[in-house]
Design a protein around this ligand. Structure first.
Ligand code: PBG
Length: 346
């Protein structure tokens, strides 16, 4: 039988595989690279904890005591992460979320501790929202009919913003999705001498099933959902409207969240935005990869790196990810390569 191929590429035909022949060539032609400074680590600190507590729905992620928070923050900074995003879990909650703007509230204490200890060595960010602090678990205060009262919430956000800035946060992450929140917070900061505190707006934040493990992380009290304030998963154009509004109200940075199911929104936002655009790879995305890897279905670190470089390819300038410290350490050569082919800059 004739074993010649039926069809052969002509001389001079395009052969894209040429640029894939060796790791060195692949590295040379890589269009996007992960760098430790592009990775931001979200961290949870819980009032009254003596020892850190690992989350069952997020293996490897902990609720921290103040001591363990500082220890892990130092390690993340040593690995070169771009910043830290803090979430606080108070011992007591009420309707107004008053622990959020109490200077002795757990989040504000943690911010003060990290700023005192780490100074300006890293960028310290605070989640600015009420859901961790309210007894009902909503991101805003409630009207008498039980609905989330947008405008009454703005006053609360303004007060949280000043408390967090006073505590030393460099960046405030406005994650509540209330209309007008960026303008309200910017105004409050400027009126109190905090002109240089950065506003990071969750411009496009979608109501998502992938927040599931976060509920455990912050001991959430929520019943029901957030669909009257977070966006519908079906709507991409609406995300651009939110982006435009946030930038016009003074947002310095914007986020698209969740990450992996919304890469199209991220790409559109990156193309349209005049300020840096970040992605938040959320708790459920973390859990999916961790549990799939534990089940032997996927190779853990290559999957993590692929998910992260995907955000860069879609246009993210930086990514919030619970793997930030681990991946930053890997990229900066502090830990061994675990079989993946990371695209490092150095
Ligand atoms: C609100 C907030 C949430 C997350 C970050 N900020 C929860 C929500 O909107 O329901 C989720 C982060 C994650 O799932 O990793 N304060």
């Amino acid at each position: 039988m004739d074993s010649r191929p039926v069809y052969q590429l002509a001389d001079g035909a395009s052969r894209p595989r040429r640029l894939r022949t060796t790791p060195a060539i692949r590295r040379l032609v890589s269009e996007n690279r992960l760098h430790p400074a592009d990775l931001i680590l979200p961290m949870f600190v819980k009032e009254g904890l003596e020892e850190p507590l690992e989350l069952t729905s997020m293996p490897g992620v902990r609720q921290h005591s103040l001591d363990s928070l500082l220890e892990h923050a130092r390690a993340a900074v040593a690995a070169g992460v771009g910043g830290l995003m803090l979430f606080g879990i108070p011992a007591v909650r009420d309707e107004q979320g008053s622990q959020g703007d109490d200077p002795d509230g757990i989040l504000n204490r943690a911010l003060r501790l990290l700023r005192d200890e780490l100074g300006d060595d890293t960028v310290i960010m605070a989640d600015l929202c009420l859901d961790e602090f309210t007894s009902h678990g909503h991101c805003g205060v409630l009207a008498t009919d039980g609905s989330v009262d947008n405008d009454a919430t703005l006053d609360r956000y303004a007060s949280l913003a000043v408390a967090q800035a006073d505590a030393g946060a460099h960046v405030l992450g406005l994650s509540g999705m209330m209309d007008g929140q960026v303008a309200a917070v910017r105004h409050a900061l400027d009126a109190t001498g905090h002109q240089d505190v950065v506003v990071l707006a969750y411009a496009a934040k979608f109501a998502s099933a992938f927040y599931g493990p976060f509920r455990e992380a912050v001991d959430s009290q929520l019943t029901g959902d957030r669909r009257t304030y977070q966006q519908d998963a079906a709507n991409g154009r609406e995300a651009l409207r939110e982006l435009e509004l946030d930038i016009s109200e003074g947002a310095d940075l914007v986020i698209v969240k969740p990450g992996m199911p919304y890469l199209d929104v991220l790409a559109d936002a990156a193309a349209a935005s005049s300020v840096p655009v970040w992605a938040y790879q959320i708790s459920g995305e973390y859990a999916m990869i961790e549990f799939a890897a534990r089940a032997g279905a996927i190779d853990r670190m290559p999957a993590i790196l692929e998910s992260l470089v995907g955000f860069k390819r879609a246009g993210a300038d930086a990514v919030l990810t619970y793997w930030a410290a681990e991946v930053a350490a890997l990229l900066s050569g502090q830990t061994a390569d675990s079989g993946a082919e990371p695209t490092t800059e150095d």
